[in-house]
Each structure stands twice: as C-alpha cells, then as structure tokens.
Design a protein around this ligand. Sequence first.
Ligand code: NAG
Length: 257
Amino acid sequence: MAWLVIISSLIALWLASLFKILHGSRSSSNDAFSPNGGALNKRNVLLVVAHPDDESMFFSPTISYLTSRKYNLRILCLSIGDADGKGNVRKEELYRACAVLKVPVQQVKFLDHPDLQDGFGKVWNHSLLTRIIGEEVTNHDIDFIITFDNYGVSGHCNHCDVYHGVRRLLSDGSQKDIEAWELVSTNIVRKYSGPLDIWFSYLYATLSGGEMRCLLNEHTQKSFLAMAQHSSQWVWFRKLFVAFSSYTYVNTLRKIN
Ligand SMILES: *[C@@H]1O[C@H](CO)[C@@H](O)[C@H](O)[C@H]1NC(C)=O
C-alpha cells in the first residue's frame, strides 16, 4: 500500500506544480532582469544556441518569458544541425518553431560554417565563436546574452563550446556593458522531474542572493507545439523527454561573472 500512497502523492504534486506554473505565474508583473524596475532600456537580448531545436527543448521558458514582456529577442543558431545530413530541413523547422514561440523570422540567424559543424567530437574553435558572437552583439546593439552553461544541459560538446565562446567574449574586454546569463544544468533527478523541479529552482534562485533567476514557462503548451515543428527530430523519445524534462517548465539562469 505504501507505494500506492507514494505514487498518488507524486502525481498530485506533479499536477499541483503544473497548475502553479500555468496559473500562478502570469500575475507576477515584476521583471526578472530589472529587479528595481529600471534598466528598461536594456531590452535587446541574444539567445545563442548550437543546434536547431535547442531553443524549444531547453530554452522555451526563457523565450516565452522574454517575448511576453516585449523584449527584443534574437536567436543565433551556430549550426544548421547537419549531423545526419538534414540541415536544410532543420533550418526550416527552426523558423516554424520560432513562429510558434513568437520570435520573428528576421530575428533568427543561422550559421553554416565549415569549422562549426554539428556533431559529438567536433570541437568548435572558441575564438572563432567569440568573434562571431561579438559581431552579432555589435551589429544588433545587444544588451545581454543568454546561452548554455559549461555543462550545456546534456553535456553535448557543441553546447559547452558555445558557453566558452560567450565567456571569452565577456573577458576579452571587446564588449563593454554586455551581460550574459547561462542556463543552469541540473542533476539527472531534477532534470527529469518535470514540473516538480519548479520548487527546487525557486529554492536555489532564492538562496543564490540575486545571481540566479527562475523563469516559469507560462505557455507550456506552446513549447510542445514548438518542439513538434522540429518534425525530423520529433520521435518518441524526444516526446518523452519534452514531457518529463524540467526544461519544458522552468529555466534557471545564472549571471556569468
Ligand atoms: C581559431 O579561430 C581563430 C579566429 O578565427 C583563428 O585565428 C585560429 O587560427 C583558429 N584556431 C584553430 C586551431 O583553428
């Protein structure tokens, strides 16, 4: 009987968490990136990802947060995801996903650079990344960057390289006043705890003393719909991943120092 109680409690907690996400967060009008109500001029955000579908699989709570608060969001995708030769299809899929996520197509940029090709074991040159990201920041007057952290959620080396490219941009002094935030990679239990992870995320963000922001996904359905636009990737195990992954429901961002 004990296991039955545990399972029912877990299901109840799961549903309560989902309810909290869908109905509890919309009323909060304060802005995670301008806690004092200031910084309203800092609205140009660049999300840097490695592959088409990273945005929907990992960053959709952040995207939803920013677009619904009228930030000017651009997405820089550093490869077309051509590991299986489907790069051109995947490009179109990203545009469709971005339409669902309300990021205008003209704000989405791809790269198909010979030295930055999708794949495990393909090492991306950090200084090349820094240069490319720096150009994008300058050209579009970017105020802050959002990207992976040094583990890159899944440990994919391309994700980690993107992080190092951004990090180097912050430290090389070529960009003044630029801020960057990394998506915090969680342990495997939290990663697959679905909406339950909002409680851990809240806790960590509260304990962090202002260095972390916890963003709930106010439009969870949209994340599924966005991910479904990546038809070539939308296989059963990714559907399961999207349902059980905490990254569908909440993102914790930490300021990169
Ligand atoms: C990395 O990129 C930089 C800048 O584009 C270039 O100067 C350098 O030679 C590259 N390094 C390697 C190992 O390819």
